[in-house]
Design a protein around this ligand. Structure first.
Ligand code: SAH
Ligand code: SF4
Length: 395
């Protein structure tokens, strides 16, 4: 039985103090200046906060022993170090964890928006799957998130906040103890070794905030994730791919899912704007590719839709010449979907064609299916209200 650890906490008060957790150096500088820290001290103070927040995982200003008592008091009066609020935490039988998180409400929002974050432990790594948007503007036919309209983009601090919260919950800070709930954790020293932008939303449609968040997450004086262990997955926002390569330079995953434009137009509708040939040209030009740094091509296995052996052969042909990994994802069903997952024998036959072309272990093991935490199953109840609906809700 999967475990549900917490549900339905009441929403934090609307007058709550702002949190500094997840801010970048500029944001921290402004926050310190606003409470009267003199200009010439700002750099040093930001450095102190940075290290407490992102190396040690401090959740209280009072823990910051090298910050004067007086400044600690002023910080506590004005700010918190709170993470996104947990509405529910679920643990799968396979150790996968999913959090439903509530973000602070903005002025015009009738309800506090909610997102999902997933942690997937394996023996040699721990992967955190984070969200970049509440909902999604795109409507890929097989994706649960795609049935939820875009409510809003996440701020950089809200993206970083998901990493902080996950590290809190699995005890992934120096000296912290792991939760005693029988959770399987990797053998590695750090429990979150990899971050994938594969949660809710299209990360390249929230480019600046995602880029700023990844800069914080990979900062060597702070959270210190390696860029090679961060992967951005995109449905194919072609013009933003070279920009992402230049400004962020993480690993890249492409939601390909079909080898013909006519089919991809239906499954991944952004293909009508940026067809396969343009997408692959952007992939070929992605900086820093080599056999050790490959692009991952994701391919969801949909019964009788894209799973023929002719498709498999066309797939390997299409990708020839690109340093690539192929990831076949068994379709994860969700309530109301019209698709079915390919039969296991068909996935194996498809994988064999891919395998013979030189791509090792191409099938992605589904994780956390019992808690609806697998790829494409994430969706929150947050709604985008029209202006008139907002007025009614506010009353
Ligand atoms: N929006 C981005 C990242 C989020 S989705 C993108 O589309 O790439 C992460 C991966 O899960 C994508 O490859 C997506 O196509 C795939 N996916 C979506 N729904 C799925 C489902 N129901 N079963 C399996 N994979 C799914
Ligand atoms: Fe959006 Fe990605 Fe889902 Fe498509 S697969 S609807 S781009 S989250």
């Amino acid at each position: 039985m999967p475990a549900v650890l917490a549900i339905d906490a009441p929403e934090r008060g609307a007058t709550a103090k702002p949190s500094l957790a997840g801010l970048g150096r500029d944001g921290l500088k402004a926050a310190l200046a606003a409470i009267g820290v003199p200009d010439k001290q700002l750099r040093m103070r930001v450095g102190q906060l940075w290290s407490w927040m992102y190396v040690r995982g401090a959740t209280a200003f009072d823990d910051m022993s090298d910050v004067s008592k007086e400044l600690r008091a002023r910080l506590s009066e004005a700010y918190t170090l709170e993470r996104p609020e947990i509405v529910a935490e679920q643990v799968s039988v396979d150790g996968t964890r999913k959090w439903l998180l509530r973000l602070p409400r903005r002025g015009h929002e009738a309800r506090a928006p909610e997102i999902e974050t997933v942690y997937i432990p394996e023996a040699d790594r721990g992967t955190l799957c984070i969200s970049s948007q509440v909902g999604c503007t795109l409507t890929c036919s097989f994706c649960h998130t795609g049935t939820q309209k875009l409510v809003r983009n996440l701020e950089a601090a809200e993206i970083v906040g998901q990493i902080l919260l996950a590290r809190d919950r699995i005890g992934d800070w120096p000296g912290a103890s792991p939760p005693g709930d029988g959770l399987l954790l990797p053998d590695t020293e750090r429990k979150i070794t990899n971050v994938v932008l594969m949660g809710m939303g299209e990360p390249l449609y929230n480019f600046d905030n995602v880029r700023d968040a990844i800069a914080i997450a990979t900062d060597g004086d702070g959270l210190s994730l390696s860029k090679r262990r961060v992967t951005l997955s995109t449905s194919g926002v072609v013009p933003e791919i070279p920009r992402w390569g230049a400004e962020a330079g993480t690993m890249l995953a492409i939601s390909l899912h079909a080898v013909r434009d006519e089919l991809r137009d239906k499954l991944v509708p952004i293909n009508r704007k940026y067809p396969i040939a343009e997408l692959l040209a952007a992939c070929r030009a992605y900086p820093g590719l080599s056999n050790a740094r490959r692009i991952t091509f994701e391919y969801v296995m949909l019964k009788d839709v894209n799973d023929s052996l002719a498709d498999a052969r066309a797939l390997v042909k299409l990708l020839s010449g690109i340093p690539a990994k192929i990831n076949l994802i068994p379709f994860n069903p969700w309530p109301g979907t019209a698709h079915e997952c390919s039969d296991w024998e068909q996935i194996e036959r498809f994988a064999e064609v891919v395998n013979r072309a030189g791509y090792a272990s191409p099938v992605r093991t589904p994780r956390g299916r019992d808690i609806m935490a697998a790829c494409g199953q994430l969706k929150s109840e947050s709604l985008k209200l029209s202006a008139s609906e907002r007025k009614v809700a506010a009353r």
